[in-house]
Design a protein around this ligand. Structure first.
Ligand SMILES: *Cc1c(COP(=O)(O)O)cnc(C)c1O
Length: 369
């Protein structure tokens, strides 16, 4: 199986094997040492001297934790969105009672930093800014460095969903001044689902002191306190911790810089591959993601039929388009445990399958974005 969705992602054999290990006491010394080791490694990959807390949850749990641990009902936030995960972040803030100002961009286009600057100037009472670094639904990587600089100038709390970017695409948390940065074990970390990661800056802890949104399972203050004993507040996904211990070791051996370069190479290969078939990408090249590529199905070819054909005949599992893009695009995930060879198989399968589904590269007009 060539699992080419943006999470869960394939896992190396040694990481899978780690999960067959017997349970241990999650309040004992052996597990505590694992918690400490993993936490330090994550701080390295997040490039932060701040805290990194590990939650037993999917990525969405970390989004909820980011909101409820820094904000109070009635707080004004700016939710920047250019895809379905940005909308989800905004929705969570709204559900917990924040006053949400939306700054929305077309799906497939990047966030415009100048528009962020104008929005911040227009809303002086904002407490926080919410952004998705890499919009997995559209394959767009936003210019986080530029946006972070603007948020810092205005001295707002900055909550960043980096669930499908950090560990794959450069994101120096402290250098760029991101207060809360989120990820999930099943994205770029070569690990199964089950754990989510949250980095917290000093500014985020200061906000936490007065934040009154309801929280219990995701109380990060409680998580920080018990981390001093190398423990988590509640029973963690012990087997996923075992797996993460091994996958972070593999990542440390490869080195963060090399991992970034590999993702850049593999993503370029994916984009060149689909373009060589005459297909059109959703995202402009300037903001194309290094972890997921969104591709327009050519006119006359139903993306669902295409994905079903690749799965049945080539054992390649591509991701669907989300919401309003469902009948327009398909997505190729290329994050974590992935090489150019995995992508070349996708291109080769598309080359064979598309003509059988009615695609004629020269004659067929590719839809306009
Ligand atoms: C996958 C993803 C999420 C949600 O993660 P779950 O683990 O499915 O809850 C949120 N944001 C982004 C950008 C993602 O890629």
């Amino acid at each position: 199986m060539n699992l080419r969705i943006p999470g869960p992602t394939p896992v190396p054999e040694s990481v899978l094997q780690a999960m067959t290990k017997q349970m241990v006491n999650h309040r004992g010394k052996e597990f505590g040492e694992l918690v400490q080791k993993i936490t330090e490694r994550l701080q390295g990959f997040f490039q932060t001297k701040g805290d990194v807390l590990i939650l037993t949850a999917s990525g969405t749990g970390s989004m909820e934790a980011a909101v409820t641990n820094t904000l109070s009902p009635g707080d004004e936030v700016l939710a920047i969105t250019n895809g379905s995960f940005g909308d989800r972040f905004a929705k969570i803030a709204e559900v917990f009672g924040a006053k949400v100002n939306h700054l929305s961009f077309e799906w497939g286009q990047p966030v415009d930093p100048d528009a962020v600057r104008r929005a911040l100037a227009a809303h002086p009472r904002l407490k926080a800014v919410l952004l998705v670094h890499n919009e997995t639904s559209t394959g767009v990587t936003n210019d986080l460095k530029a946006i972070a600089a603007i948020v810092r100038q205005h001295d707002k709390l900055f909550l960043v969903d980096a669930i499908s970017s950090i560990g794959c695409i450069p994101l120096p948390t402290d250098e760029w001044g991101c207060d809360v940065v989120l990820s999930g074990s099943q994205k770029g970390w070569m690990c199964p689902p089950g754990l989510a990661f949250v980095s917290f800056s000093q500014r985020a802890w200061a906000a936490n002191k007065t934040a009154r949104m309801p929280r219990f399972y995701f109380d990060l203050g409680r998580a920080k306190t018990i981390l001093q004993k190398q423990q988590t507040p509640w029973t963690p996904a012990v087997s996923t911790f075992y797996a993460l211990g091994v996958s972070l070791e593999l990542m440390a051996q490869e080195g963060l810089e090399n991992i970034h370069q590999r993702h850049a190479r593999v993503a370029r290969r994916a984009r060149e591959g689909v373009r060589s078939l005459g297909l059109k990408l959703l995202a402009p090249e300037s903001c194309a993601s290094n972890t997921v590529t969104a591709v327009y199905a050519p006119s006359g070819v139903d993306p669902l039929t295409l994905r079903r054909t690749l799965l049945a005949e080539y054992k390649i599992d591509l991701a669907e388009g989300q919401e309003k893009l469902a009948d327009k695009i398909f997505r190729i995930g290329h994050l974590g445990f992935v090489t150019e060879a995995d992508i070349d198989k996708v291109t080769a399968a598309l080359r064979e399958a598309l003509p059988r589904l009615g695609y004629r590269p020269a004659a067929s007009a590719v839809p306009k974005s």
